[in-house]
Design a protein around this ligand. Sequence first.
Ligand SMILES: [Zn+2]
Length: 394
Amino acid sequence: MLIWPVAAPDAALTITAGMWWGNAESAGSANRALNRTLWGSEKCSSRELSLAGVNGVESGTSSFDVTVQRLSPRAAVFYGDPWDNAIVALATQKGIVVVDAPFSKTIAQGFRNAIQAEFKRNDFAYLINTHEDICHIGGNEAFADLPIIGHVSLRSEMLKSMNDPKRVTNVRGIGEREVARSRERLLRNDPKKLEEHGYGDYEKGWQIIQADYCENPAVVPPTITFDREMTLHLGDVTVRLIHYGYAHGIADIVVSIPEENLILTAGVFYPNHVPITGKVTEEAAPAIVDNWFVVMHGLLNEANENTRFLASHGRAIMKKEQYQQFVSYLEELWNGIRRAKSNGKTLEQAKAEMPLKDFPEVAKLSNETLRGTEWEILDIHQQNIEHLWKVLGR
Ligand SMILES: [Zn+2]
């Protein structure tokens, strides 16, 4: 699995409704111009298009919008499309630490510029990658002057991808399919949205990415890797990186910053849908899944009611109670599947024993963010059971 979006196009529209920034009027006309020329047959000519931005962050010849939410004097989260990436940066005594570099060089450079502008300093010290999806590592090139830290499996995944001749075509196809799908869906259900600023930002983001990919972008793997856990001691701030893996991506890590009471949960947990295990879960050994809960309970033990849990896309911030519910949900599934297996039950019987309604705090979530994308899952819960069932079948 290359990628796993969470803030799908119209979810992003929902999330940002009422807080789209910039001038909607000029955005509308810029977007209409853009829409005529984007995703045509000459897909690699988009670099020549005007990417005049709307109150955006200048990044080379392009611009796009990044908004900032300050979490504390030294921590902030930077939001930008597509998929409403939530990039956390920490301005520590030992330099600025950035977590994840989305999609492509120009997109990530836009975030870097926004971070520099917000903190009014440019002493970038480290980039951390939370896992192998393109919305987390695709822009590493913009931070290639820094040490880049990630799990050892992330480095090997990225080295592998360097030798894949289809890599650029594959990643370029993501944007093409995404835009085609969201356009088709909005045309059918809510065509006015196509004229709105939020949609324009979304499509403009893909256009920038497309232009970068047409230049055959470099793969920039981590230069510092770790196996289980690593801690950065940065004067006033400690950054703990803990691997659990094979849940959303192979290289999943959690980033905990105790001095900020902040935990970055990366790919599995989002406040508005049932926790999603990825297809990659099926490759996990049972001990790896057991270790998820060691890691997650460790975080819960250190957390309090003021701890903020941030996902890597979207703007809602989770509290300890919700994270606890999510962890309990996955753990109960895992225990239930173990029980069913040892009692000789079939997968269908296991599913029948663990209906989603038995997890009311999770069942009430809308799951709308993936709707209409190629990652739409109509029943996340059933799929979670299937993934975990295969772990025990190994
Ligand atoms: Zn991901």
